[in-house]
Ligand binder design. Structure first.
Ligand code: HEM
Length: 416
């Protein structure tokens, strides 16, 4: 598309619209990102400027002049109505306050501190045997189906992260099919301009999830365990979380815990199938998996987009941002910025600076689960490649119908 047209379209608000409506753009947003990059490090968008560069996105994420403060204009219509009419929403989503993802300090600092102890490098490393065991059990089950076609998302990529986060949080793993259903509904609410029909479906699923959590919290109050959620429901006096804060926090951890990692695993398998020499090289030298996971995160980022509000007037990349405005950050475009990554469209698991990506965001909202996601990626992919070295994509993978998250809904493979 010509730059002038794109620039006008972006100004009219067609950028997000195009991505949402046009399946071709969702399939391959990188071409659109390059066209926006040609406009400059900041391209005009419907809700305000859109970042295309790594440096500007990084600066915005780290700057105190920007906050996450929830953007009502991007919320689905049903939420806006509820807010207007003063209804108390009982179906709080992962991207609505008081989820830490969308609140600024000091609340953000308090929520994050309460849970961050469970995600220190040492705490995560202690989960490695559990992750390995879970992966092996799933692969054993796949082994029994290995003669026929298998959907790797259903059989592995979504199962591993949901089982791991459920185990880590101490929620019953036998409800995992419910979590997957609820999580995928919650994931859809991250997209701005979600059609009302899909929002209503999401809200129904979220209500069911809250009902489950209510019962679970009650059980833990009576009979606490040694897990993170037991600790959160039992916080003493001043520290105690309100019911709403508890729901938002646990729902975010649970949802963020698997809705993103499933995409990392699926995207990795598809990329390595298309670059067979790299799959084989990793089989021969498995110590390369850690960098391979970084390159997958960079090349096909599971979270493509985030946004920030302008808190105080500020200048970034020669552009003035006025307090009250909004900026959209294309993380997926930052990770393809030629100023940082040589030949950025090339997939190379040995890329020296692959880890410089912004796939986990930056600043105070830097992904709390990054260490866990990396470990699940390395352990999960290495175990898969060892068990089924001849694995091939066999049929057309189907992308998830989402804009913010990028990954596969269906991934048909032949295991042998
Ligand atoms: C925040 C990406 C896995 C928990 C974020 C953000 C991104 C992200 C981009 C920040 C968004 C923003 O700045 O607006 C990813 C990716 C993952 C992943 C790509 C997997 C490949 C996980 C896992 C957990 C998790 C396994 C486990 C609980 C969180 C939490 C936040 C967060 C709690 C909010 C942090 C805050 O607001 O301070 N993630 N994530 N994520 N992520 Fe992840």
């Amino acid at each position: 598309l010509p730059a002038a047209y794109l620039s006008r379209a972006a100004r009219r608000g067609d950028l997000t619209g195009r991505l949402l409506r046009d399946p071709a753009q969702r399939e391959q947003p990188y071409e659109l990102y390059e066209q926006l990059r040609a406009i400059g490090p900041l391209a005009p968008g419907s809700l305000g400027p859109v970042t295309t560069s790594h440096a500007v996105a990084g600066e915005v994420l780290r700057s105190e002049a920007f906050g996450v403060g929830w953007d009502r204009s991007a919320a689905p219509r049903a939420i806006r109505w509820a807010l207007e009419y003063g209804d108390e929403l009982d179906a709080t989503g992962v991207a609505e306050p008081p989820s830490m993802l969308v609140v600024d300090p000091p609340d953000h600092t308090r929520y994050r501190r309460l849970v961050s102890r469970a995600f220190t490098p040492r705490a995560i490393a202690a989960f490695e045997p559990m992750i390995r065991r879970t992966a092996d059990e799933l692969l054993d089950a796949l082994e029994r189906r290995a003669d026929g076609p298998v959907d790797l998302v259903e059989g592995y990529a979504e199962q591993l992260p949901v089982l791991v986060i459920a185990e880590l949080l101490g929620v019953p793993t036998d409800r995992r099919e419910d979590f997957l259903r609820w999580g995928s509904a919650a994931a859809a609410t991250l997209d701005p301009g979600l059609p009302l029909r899909r929002y209503v479906a999401a809200e129904k699923a979220l209500r069911a999830m809250h009902a489950f959590l209510r019962g679970h919290f009650d059980r833990l109050r009576r009979d606490p365990g040694d897990d993170l959620v037991s600790r959160l429901v039992g916080l003493p006096g001043e520290e105690a979380l309100t019911e709403r804060e508890l729901h938002a926090t646990v729902m975010l951890l649970l949802g963020a815990g698997f809705e993103t990692t499933v995409n990392l695993l699926g995207n990795a398998v598809v990329l390595l199938d298309a670059h067979r020499d790299q799959w084989n090289a990793l089989r021969a030298a498995p110590e390369g998996w850690a960098n391979a996971v970084e390159e997958v995160l960079r090349h096909d980022s599971p979270v493509q987009i985030t946004g920030r509000n302008v808190r105080t007037d500020v200048e970034v990349a020669g552009q003035r941002f006025r307090a009250g405005g909004r900026v959209t950050l294309l993380l997926g475009a930052a990770n393809r910025d030629p100023e940082v990554f040589a030949d950025p469209a090339r997939f190379d698991v040995t890329r020296a600076n692959a880890r410089d990506h912004l796939a986990f965001s930056g600043g105070i909202h830097y992904c709390l689960g990054a260490g866990l996601a990396r470990l699940e990626g390395v352990v999960g992919l290495q175990a898969l490649s060892e068990r089924f070295p001849g694995l091939r994509v066999d049929g057309r993978p189907v992308r998830r119908d989402l804009q913010t998250l990028r990954g596969f809904e269906v991934l048909p493979v032949r295991l042998r």
